[in-house]
Design a protein around this ligand. Structure first.
Ligand code: PEP
Ligand code: MN
Length: 338
């Protein structure tokens, strides 16, 4: 249920409402908007009649049910867009935030060179996988802890914050120690213990849509993270499985305006995994921004032909420079910055 307070309700009144919600066995989540404060009462819907009685308080304007199955992720609970801050970078604001780097961290020189090149091209965040979810157990699995150390070094050298994937609950602390944003990969979107654990790790989470996950299921996965007290969730559309085989996945750009309508969370688009081919990355990057995405995550490798993972979809640094110039023009046409 959502308890909407009257404009101008005092802090004491908000606290009083929260205390009453707790006494009824619900968890209160206070969201202060530009106009008014609302308190989401999260818990078992069966007690909603008791919550409705809060309407009799003078400071309460209305008590209404949350219609969507996800609550904290919903626009019903929070109208204003969420801005996720990572150092000097804000995801979900006016600036289109570009995360770029190799699919996998392969070596010190590969990572440092890529970091320098993507930074020079205007990227805001460095990406790179240390723990890699590979379809084949015989494929390169990532440098693991050694990769995390290299990411930390690349972050110190370049000044760029780092996003990297965490695959298992037991590695969350190690990854959170070195990374600025924890990436949950497409294959782990419904790993509920992992979602709960990253909800407690105190770092922003980049939540990739699963390749066979509906938008509602994806937002419910976001709800797992949010409901553990972490409000800093960034959604990432990275393509879904369809009958089409020309591209690796089908980048579902419908998801961008749909998510914007249903949720206040920022959303970024991954045209690298979404297409699987470097030739299509620039077009779909521009399309993602045109559709209203708050940012992009793009694979860049100094020598894609030598990449240990996802070489065919990785851009050479000079192609990434060209992409940034074209995406910038799209951003400007939409009154956004890059
Ligand atoms: C990746 O970002 O390299 C990755 C493995 O992505 P996804 O989980 O979307 O496949
Ligand atoms: Mn990849």
């Amino acid at each position: 249920m959502i308890i909407v307070l009257r404009a101008g309700a005092s802090d004491e009144e908000v606290e009083d409402v929260c205390r009453r919600i707790v006494a009824m066995g619900y968890a209160p989540h206070t969201i202060r908007g530009t106009l008014r404060t609302v308190v989401g009462a999260i818990g078992d819907d069966r007690g909603k009649e008791r919550l409705r009685a809060l309407e009799s308080l003078e400071c309460v304007e209305a008590v209404t049910p949350i219609l969507q199955p996800y609550k904290l992720a919903s626009r019903e609970v929070r109208h204003d867009p969420t801005e996720v801050r990572v150092g000097d970078v804000t995801i979900g604001g006016k600036t289109i935030v570009v995360m770029a780097g190799p699919c996998s961290v392969e070596s010190r020189s590969q990572l440092l060179e890529t970091a320098e090149r993507v930074k020079a091209a205007g990227a805001h965040v460095l990406r790179g996988g240390a723990f890699k979810p590979r379809t084949s157990p015989y494929a390169f699995q990532g440098l693991e802890e050694e990769g995390l150390k290299l990411l930390a070094e690349a972050r110190r050298e370049s000044g760029l914050p780092v996003v990297t994937e965490v695959m298992t609950v037991d590695k969350v602390d190690a990854v959170a120690e070195h990374a600025d944003i924890l990436q949950i990969g497409a294959r782990n979107i419904q790993n509920f213990p992992l979602l709960r654990r990253v909800g407690e790790a105190g770092k922003p989470v980049l939540l990739k849509r699963g390749m066979a996950t509906s938008i509602q299921e994806w937002l419910l996965s976001a709800e797992y993270v949010l409901s553990r007290g972490n409000p800093n969730v960034i959604l990432c559309e990275r393509g879904i499985r369809t009958f089409e085989t020309t591209t690796r996945f089908t980048l579902d750009l419908n998801a961008v305006p749909v998510v914007k309508r249903l949720s206040h969370l920022p959303i970024v688009v991954d045209p690298s995994h979404g297409t699987g081919h470097w030739e299509y990355v620039e077009a779909m990057a521009m399309a993602g921004v045109a559709a209203g995405a708050d940012g992009l995550i793009i694979e860049v490798h100094p020598r894609p032909e030598e990449a240990l993972s996802d070489g065919p979809q990785s851009l050479k640094p000079e192609r990434f420079v060209a992409l940034m110039a074209r995406v910038r023009r799209v951003a400007q046409a939409l009154d956004r910055e890059l």
